[in-house]
Design a protein around this ligand. Structure first.
Ligand code: FES
Length: 82
Protein backbone atom coordinates (compact mmCIF):
# COMPACT_ATOMS: atom_id res chain seq x y z
CA UNK A 1 0.00 0.00 0.00
CA UNK A 2 1.21 3.43 -0.90
CA UNK A 3 1.60 5.50 2.24
CA UNK A 4 2.43 8.70 0.41
CA UNK A 5 -0.36 11.18 0.74
CA UNK A 6 -1.68 13.01 -2.26
CA UNK A 7 -1.15 16.68 -1.62
CA UNK A 8 -3.78 19.12 -2.83
CA UNK A 9 -2.93 22.77 -2.38
CA UNK A 10 -5.58 25.31 -3.27
CA UNK A 11 -4.72 28.95 -3.84
CA UNK A 12 -6.62 31.09 -1.38
CA UNK A 13 -5.10 34.35 -2.54
CA UNK A 14 -7.73 37.04 -2.97
CA UNK A 15 -7.92 36.75 -6.76
CA UNK A 16 -8.38 32.99 -6.91
CA UNK A 17 -10.58 32.92 -3.83
CA UNK A 18 -13.00 35.52 -5.15
CA UNK A 19 -13.09 34.02 -8.65
CA UNK A 20 -14.13 30.53 -7.63
CA UNK A 21 -11.73 28.83 -5.25
CA UNK A 22 -14.11 29.57 -2.40
CA UNK A 23 -16.62 27.19 -3.98
CA UNK A 24 -13.93 24.81 -5.22
CA UNK A 25 -12.69 24.41 -1.63
CA UNK A 26 -16.13 23.14 -0.59
CA UNK A 27 -16.28 20.76 -3.52
CA UNK A 28 -12.85 19.30 -2.79
CA UNK A 29 -13.79 18.81 0.88
CA UNK A 30 -17.03 17.06 -0.09
CA UNK A 31 -15.23 14.88 -2.62
CA UNK A 32 -12.66 13.78 -0.02
CA UNK A 33 -15.43 13.00 2.49
CA UNK A 34 -17.69 11.18 0.05
CA UNK A 35 -14.87 9.00 -1.24
CA UNK A 36 -13.45 8.37 2.23
CA UNK A 37 -10.09 9.80 1.19
CA UNK A 38 -9.27 11.81 4.28
CA UNK A 39 -6.36 9.52 5.16
CA UNK A 40 -5.03 9.48 1.62
CA UNK A 41 -5.13 13.18 0.89
CA UNK A 42 -3.59 16.20 2.51
CA UNK A 43 -5.68 19.22 1.58
CA UNK A 44 -4.42 22.67 2.37
CA UNK A 45 -4.72 26.27 1.36
CA UNK A 46 -1.92 28.56 0.28
CA UNK A 47 -1.26 32.18 -0.39
CA UNK A 48 -1.14 33.56 -3.92
CA UNK A 49 0.83 31.32 -6.30
CA UNK A 50 1.92 34.43 -8.21
CA UNK A 51 0.02 33.48 -11.36
CA UNK A 52 -3.35 35.17 -10.81
CA UNK A 53 -3.99 35.68 -14.53
CA UNK A 54 -4.30 31.94 -14.98
CA UNK A 55 -6.27 31.32 -11.82
CA UNK A 56 -8.15 30.07 -10.02
CA UNK A 57 -5.41 27.55 -9.42
CA UNK A 58 -4.96 24.28 -7.58
CA UNK A 59 -1.82 22.16 -7.26
CA UNK A 60 -2.01 18.41 -6.94
CA UNK A 61 1.28 16.71 -6.10
CA UNK A 62 3.07 19.71 -7.53
CA UNK A 63 1.16 19.81 -10.81
CA UNK A 64 -0.53 23.15 -11.34
CA UNK A 65 -4.10 23.24 -12.63
CA UNK A 66 -5.23 26.62 -13.93
CA UNK A 67 -8.67 28.03 -14.65
CA UNK A 68 -10.17 25.66 -12.11
CA UNK A 69 -13.91 26.00 -11.62
CA UNK A 70 -16.94 24.26 -10.21
CA UNK A 71 -17.32 22.72 -13.67
CA UNK A 72 -13.93 21.07 -14.05
CA UNK A 73 -12.75 20.33 -10.52
CA UNK A 74 -14.54 16.95 -10.45
CA UNK A 75 -12.68 15.78 -13.54
CA UNK A 76 -9.38 16.97 -12.10
CA UNK A 77 -10.04 15.15 -8.83
CA UNK A 78 -11.19 11.97 -10.60
CA UNK A 79 -8.07 12.06 -12.74
CA UNK A 80 -5.82 12.24 -9.69
CA UNK A 81 -7.78 10.38 -7.03
CA UNK A 82 -10.39 8.30 -8.82
S1 FES B 1 -4.45 34.61 -6.01
FE1 FES B 1 -4.14 32.63 -6.83
S2 FES B 1 -2.40 32.85 -8.09
FE2 FES B 1 -2.67 34.80 -7.21
Amino acid sequence: MNSEKIEIVICLGSSCFSRGNKEVTQIVRSFIDEKGLSDAVEFKGAHCFGDCNNGPSVKINGTMYNHVSENNIYDILEENLG
